[in-house]
Design a protein around this ligand. Structure first.
Ligand code: GMT
Length: 379
């Protein structure tokens, strides 16, 4: 197949999933065309089957905001037409699903019928998409997509609850590449981070309010008073400065390291004992899955789709959003019982295996074929 992929090219979960899916599809012989405003963050190596089409903005003094949707729709029309794509897969509803619909209509005028698959990722439904600013367009463009997928059962349920959806939504969960996310020996990192054999805890996010990274610091504050430990804060975002200030107030600066965006997260997961994810809302929790693939149990909130990934009492523990005491108690339980921690490490890895990209990519492949056939039958 010739597959067009539209996504946000940043480090955010939806962009990561889109890029890794594209790479896996390319590995299995498909031609994959990424259409984005910047080279996607994880698209960093040459691959004979991967092509990149940059969306350029023609600026004009009249524009207060660059009309991204128009530029993207025009690029989609041009790419579908010239590359003769079989399907367009757009990740994150806003504005990608609506833009794909516009491109589809333009192409239809030319006698080209392009099937559009939209994948819902989370905040496009649970947060920003629900706002009246966007919700009519989100509803319309989901209903006009030829195929719609959601990354968890919970996100599917939320979509039906909050929008008037007339479409079937197929759940295809996120995935992880075990060739990359695996437990590797990085003892020299461990020595540098925790020279006295301290336990290592880790959090990865975009430091937006929805991630409740403040809770990570509060939970860690309780843990390190009982067990010598270090905290790695990975990622960057609007809350970072405030969080660094908070460490000073809590007096934990010497034990917390803000490492910014990291390419090789798996190397840091390799030396971590626990992963913390106290999010307010989380449709899936890809960062938790990546931790589990590296044998790291997860202490998380029970928000959204997280319970589908992190199994309470097996791969980690779940607490109510904001319940710092409970999260700290669960973390301490594992950190002070080495055998239990080891069992949870093995459980986390075993549970993550069902989300191996090798299992999930063929589900997308089959779904594309189903949608292409359905659209062809209607034409
Ligand atoms: O977490 C974010 O704000 C980033 C966002 C995105 O769209 O990039 O992540 C969402 O999609 C990820 C990939 O499907 C999911 O693993 C995250 O749970 C989801 N984030 C939220 O629902 C808050």
């Amino acid at each position: 197949m010739k597959i067009g992929i539209v996504c946000y090219p940043t480090y955010g979960g939806s962009g990561v999933v889109a890029t890794e899916l594209g790479k896996a599809l390319a590995d299995s012989g498909h031609s994959v065309h990424f259409i984005t405003y910047r080279q996607p963050a994880r698209l960093d190596k040459f691959h004979a089957n991967i092509f990149y089409h940059e969306v350029r903005f023609a600026d004009y003094p009249l524009f207060r905001h660059s009309p991204y949707e128009s530029a993207l729709a025009s690029k989609l029309v041009d790419t579908v037409r010239f590359e003769q794509l079989d399907v367009l897969h757009v990740h994150y509803a806003i504005p990608h699903a609506a833009t794909a619909y516009m491109a589809k209509q333009i192409l239809r005028e030319e006698g080209i019928e392009i099937p559009v698959v939209t994948t819902l990722h989370g905040t496009d439904i649970t947060l920003v998409g629900r706002d009246i600013t966007y919700s009519p367009v989100v509803t319309f463009s989901i209903n006009k997509s030829d195929g719609v997928t959601a990354v968890s059962e919970n996100l599917k349920k939320e979509t039906y609850e909050h929008f008037k959806i007339t479409q079937d939504i197929r759940v295809i969960p996120n995935f992880v590449d075990f060739d990359r996310f695996k437990k590797v020996n990085k003892n020299h990192f461990k020595m540098a981070i925790a020279p006295e054999g301290e336990k290592i805890l880790m959090h990865v996010s975009n430091f937006r309010k929805v991630k409740r990274a403040e809770d990570v610091l509060k939970v860690f504050h309780k843990i390190y008073q009982k067990v010598p430990s270090k905290l790695l804060m990975i990622g960057d975002g609007p809350e970072r400065q405030h969080l660094e200030q908070m460490c000073r107030e809590l007096g934990t600066c010497d034990h917390v390291r803000f490492l910014g965006k990291q390419e090789a997260v798996e190397e840091l997961l390799a030396v971590s004992d626990l992963f913390l994810l106290p999010s307010e809302s989380e449709s899936f929790g890809l960062a938790a899955l990546e931790a589990m693939a590296c044998h790291v149990p997860v202490i998380s909130s029970n928000a959204g789709g997280i319970p589908e990934v992190n199994v309470h009492g097996r791969t980690g523990f779940l607490s109510d959003v904001g319940d710092i005491d409970s999260m700290a108690a669960y973390a301490l339980d594992l950190l002070t019982h080495e055998d239990k921690l080891q069992t949870f490490r093995e459980n986390a890895y075993a549970h993550a295996q069902q989300y191996d990209v090798k299992n999930i990519m063929p589900i997308y492949e089959a779904y594309y074929e189903e949608v292409i056939d359905r659209v062809a039958a209607k034409a």
